[in-house]
Design a protein around this ligand. Structure first.
Ligand code: PNS
Length: 166
């Protein structure tokens, strides 16, 4: 078991976008086991969708696409979450050079915080999804815009529902 390549993909996923799903699909092919960690309380802003709703949406999207991964809600540090599932890798997507500084800082911090046990692999976003950001999707949704180009139909429906019943 110890030599299996286990990776965690932590994120807020508020909401999970088509870009995230593409990354999950590719990551699941690269590692023996992929565990997606849905951060319980994203600090940036009040979450549009609750953590369980985000997790359930990801689970059903993965099932629909035949992607094998575990999806868990976590709170606390990403390195502790990674260690709890025996992962030595944290995965993050990289959409553009603008993401790089933050991601390198997180990667280095997580590496040190884990005493060098956990490293980060950055996966470039597919070009057709590289412009998609959850924060912008939330803004479009809040403004009543059409979010169907950015998320799956089920996620779009969940966001509409969340807005009808905040
Ligand atoms: O999808 P996001 O919001 O860009 O994901 C950010 C996330 C969840 C990966 C990051 O905020 C995180 O790891 N939070 C958990 C707390 C933690 O470990 N902080 C130290 C990061 S160096």
């Amino acid at each position: 078991m110890a030599d299996r390549r286990i990776a965690v993909f932590p994120g807020s996923f508020d909401p999970p976008t088509l870009g995230h799903l593409d990354l999950f699909e590719r990551a699941a092919r690269l590692f023996d086991r992929l565990v997606i960690g849905v951060l319980e309380n994203p600090s940036k802003a009040a979450a549009l969708l609750g953590a369980e709703a985000r997790r359930d949406l990801i689970v059903s999207e993965l099932q629909g696409r035949g992607i094998s991964a575990d999806v868990r809600v976590f709170d606390g540090l990403a390195v502790d979450f990674a260690a709890s599932v025996g992962a030595r890798w944290i995965l993050r997507g990289l959409r553009s050079a603008a993401d790089l500084g933050d991601e390198l800082a997180m990667a280095g911090t997580n590496r040190e915080a884990s005493g060098g046990a956990i490293d980060t692999a950055l996966i470039p976003a597919s070009p057709r999804f590289a412009h998609i950001q959850s924060r912008l999707v939330r803004e479009i949704a809040s403004g009543g815009g059409d979010i169907r180009p950015f998320v799956s139909p089920a996620v779009a429906a969940a966001l509409r529902e969340a807005q009808v019943r905040p």
